[in-house]
Design a protein around this ligand. Structure first.
Ligand code: NDP
Length: 327
């Protein structure tokens, strides 16, 4: 039987991740068999591959929370061999075998057809991170955000979610302030469309319960002390889309931004996002993300490079997005 390559988290004690040859009969059951063309590296993949976070609880498991590829076999009427498909979330790469593999077998309902106007490579340049960035933008719009000349803040701006959020918001006509701990990345952030760079330490320094009202809204990918520094700076009636915890999970704040300025803290989850919203987010990405900027924030690597990059993404050392080529 022909074999294929996959990254496998083999054991939790000691935590062991290895590049292996698998055969199709080792894949879990599922309706659709996909030849994976690309996967990508997200913060959660870093946690899963290294064991730094309890993302994977049953072993062995193939990590990789997203992939794009071509259907090989399908027991579902919704997909036929040759169809190009994309998957993000649904616990794939956490509870179910994921995308850091040349082959994947999954439930049909987890897949979406490849969005028109994007290549398979571009869909994984976007990946879970970019998809989440768009969900953040849509959430802020649903709470009334419109380009009116006021500034919108993006934290963790050089990361995957942050980079795509900056590029989309700038394209939509917002004045984007990019918060980063990496000031040397100013040219990169400006190339994505940021009009101003804010040093991360400004947000993490002790803040008053209410600072001056600066931002109409924010996309926060960092959480912790950074989010605590964002809330007192949101203008009256503004909102924050919170999707990440790269800087910490605890939030120490006061109720004053909420009860005196009507600020809204809006949670964003991509994993269980309903199908209709997924399709809308992908359509919006194909339309509102300048593809030349996407290319500028993407690096493509092979599977063997992933374990090292997994360490780097947790250390905040990866810029933009990493696509994993499984062809
Ligand atoms: P990245 O590592 O690419 O980006 C995170 C960025 O946060 C870094 O680039 C860095 O930006 C900043 N950062 C990293 N470490 C720290 C730190 N210790 N303190 C402060 N800032 C830090 O990750 P992703 O973009 O893939 O994911 C970002 C976050 O969003 C993660 O927490 C991830 O789990 C979450 N996420 C949530 C999803 C959801 O469904 N809710 C889906 C996808 C991601 P800089 O150097 O510019 O400051």
């Amino acid at each position: 039987m022909p074999t294929f390559k996959a990254l496998v988290v083999e054991s939790g004690d000691p935590y062991t991740t290895r590049l292996r040859e698998l055969s199709l009969d080792e894949l879990p059951p599922g309706e659709v068999l996909v030849k994976v063309a690309y996967s990508s590296l997200n913060y959660k993949d870093g946690l899963a591959i290294t064991g730094a976070g309890k993302v994977i609880r049953s072993f062995p498991l193939v990590p990789g929370v997203d992939f794009a590829g071509v259907v090989v076999e399908s027991a579902s009427p919704d997909y036929r061999p040759g169809d190009e498909v994309v998957l993000t979330g649904w616990g794939v790469g956490e509870r179910h075998w994921g995308g850091l593999s040349q082959m994947a077998r999954v439930k049909a309902e987890w897949l979406v057809p490849k969005p028109q106007g994007l290549s398979l490579h571009q869909t994984m340049g976007i990946g879970t991170a970019g998809f989440t960035a768009m969900l953040c933008v849509m959430t802020l719009e649903e709470h009334g955000l419109r380009p009116d000349g006021r500034e919108v803040l993006v934290t963790g701006a050089t990361g995957g979610v942050g980079s795509i959020a900056v590029a989309v918001l700038a394209r939509l006509g917002y004045r984007v302030v990019a918060s980063t701990g990496r000031l040397q990345e100013r040219p990169y952030l400006e190339s994505l469309g940021a009009t101003e760079i804010l040093e991360r330490s400004v947000l993490t320094a002790p803040a008053r319960p209410l600072e001056s009202e600066r931002f109409a809204a924010a996309v926060d990918t960092v959480g912790g002390a950074v989010l605590a520094g964002v809330l007192p700076r949101i203008a009256y009636g503004g909102s924050v889309a919170a999707c990440g915890n790269a800087g910490g999970a605890r939030l120490e704040t006061t109720v004053f931004p909420f009860i005196l300025r009507g600020v809204s803290l809006l949670g964003v989850d991509s994993v269980m996002c309903p199908r209709e919203r997924r399709l809308r987010a992908w359509e919006r990405l194909a339309h509102d993300l300048p593809l030349n900027l996407l290319e500028a924030s993407v690096r493509t690597v092979d599977l063997a490079a992933v374990p090292e990059l997994a360490q780097q993404i947790l250390a905040g050392q990866v810029r933009g997005r990493v696509v994993v080529d499984l062809n």
